[in-house]
Design a binder for this molecule. Sequence first.
Ligand SMILES: C[S@@+](CC[C@H](N)C(=O)[O-])C[C@H]1O[C@@H](n2cnc3c(N)ncnc32)[C@H](O)[C@@H]1O
Length: 361
Amino acid sequence: MTTTELRATRPIDPDKLMAFVFRAVGEVGATLNTALVVMGDALGFYEAMADGRPTTSTELAERTGTSEHYTREWLAAQAAGDYVTYDPTTGRYVLPAEQAAALTDESSPAYLPGFFQLAHGTVRDADRILGLARDGDGLGWHAHNSDVHDGCERFFRTMYNGHLIGEWLPALDGVVDKLTAGASVADVGCGHGASTILMAKAYPRSTFVGSDYHQGSIDVARARAAEAGVGDRIRFEVAPATGYSGSGYDLVTMFDCLHDMGDPVGAARHVRETITADGTWMIVEPMAGDRTEDNLNPVGRAYYGFSTLLCTPASLSQDVGLALGTQAGPARIRDVATAGGFGRFRPAAATPFNNVLEVRP
Ligand SMILES: C[S@@+](CC[C@H](N)C(=O)[O-])C[C@H]1O[C@@H](n2cnc3c(N)ncnc32)[C@H](O)[C@@H]1O
């Protein structure tokens, strides 16, 4: 039978079909809501509603210096998606306390705008991926729009603020004692340096080298470190993970970047060459299980989306182009570490969004 004949023989359950269509309508609304959340964040709509006072679209427009035509439509879309509540008797909208925390409080572990900004920037570049998917070429991290870089920092910084100092580093064998006494640390693929700066603030006796292959990210990292008052203990450099400078590191860290690299095994080899015999390589990777079926859940769905549009093209744009994927899983990362010459590997901690892996010589 031909493909067309085979397709014609497939029975269709109309109820299942309509259920799928209506679910998809919800997803189209959710897709557009990504841009609306970025808009609400950038124009200060959420901030203006964070005190919980019921507001009309006219009042919101006045408070934010925007046009009521836009606040009216935006508020209704937010109400349809349960981001705000609407009282038809007063025509007023309220941002619930939980939504206010997640959308306006940068210190909250649930802070979300960076995640939306990252998704928004990623989708904006998606048309560039179509042709690449045909011929197998890649698109480097540096080649994306700045919402990808800024959104990534804002999203992951929330995770690091919530877990790095209090949970992840203490989960590694003997690392906190070394950092407290004064250790030498390389933070590889550091992006805007959020993790490097956080560690430098927590451990004033330690010194840090943050590196990333992307010049634009390193420029931002330097500025952020100076603002945070730790510029004297962090040296930032533009370098690939296979060639960052220095040696004798007590701790090498890689936050959400190993899977983005073209040559993660080459990077592992370089870590092995530059770490002390008793050192630790901490790999923080997106939460994933080892099998596809382990990741068929909301977090895995988001990460497979980023993998298709962002991380896999990033890896394919570099030498080797191993394309581990965002959902590689601990077993695959262990293979990479072993191929790089490491002997010990241990899952040390986990959150809903990250796996923390301890690798030692
Ligand atoms: C998802 S971002 C994570 C950035 C940062 N670690 C964070 O958590 O915010 C991935 C980073 O890996 C960097 N990167 C990709 N390939 C690299 C390579 N081969 N060597 C060094 N850095 C690389 C990118 O420039 C980007 O900053």
